[in-house]
Design a binder for this molecule. Sequence first.
Ligand code: DX5
Ligand code: ZN
Length: 215
Amino acid sequence: MILSPSILSANFANLQADIQMVNDSAADWFHIDVMDGVFVPNISFGFPVLKAIQPIVRKPLDVHLMIVHPEKYVERFHAAGAEILTVHYEACSDLKRTIDQIHATGMKAGVSINPETPVNVLEEILPFVDLVLVMSVHPGFGGQKFIPESIAKIQELRKMLNARGLNAIIEVDGGIGLQNFADVEAAGADAIVAGASVFSSANPKETVSKLKGLL
Ligand code: DX5
Ligand code: ZN
């Protein structure tokens, strides 16, 4: 399974050390949570932080936009080094157009759904996305508890993709740690995000290896 540690739970007073840890670990991507205080009730970070980490990250940037009007910033996130750009279904007035816009830059395009959004709303967009990000907590904060109903959504999405012969990546985000990553994988996920469970653990690099099933 692909593992994307969320730097939202990193130590921002010494971000370089945590970036280095992820670089040296078995993790696959960096998960970058951008929040605008409008789409979600929290503000995280934006372009200056991405610009600062761009020269030191050695793994793809998996950028999760929790912002309204994501279409306005596609170009800038591309310039800031994003390799995968994921927008929220709930935040897009013309989702297909935004996905096309992301692809036009050469980035991979993802669509995310909130816990209360059913997977069937994705029916039409599925053939056009590279990744579906299933939120397993209410977006806005790290360190929340995994919503158990997410498992059925992952299973349903896996069936939808298989039935259509599509190979979009299913990524699951929120409340995932050593206690439940195997359930998420068994439900059909290809990728998991892990914030608090990695950065708040006593040995983050070892936790990454365990989440990757290597230990
Ligand atoms: C929540 C973010 C998540 C969050 C995950 O809004 O999208 O990526 O950082 O953090 P944990 O793993 O701590 O739930
Ligand atoms: Zn996220």
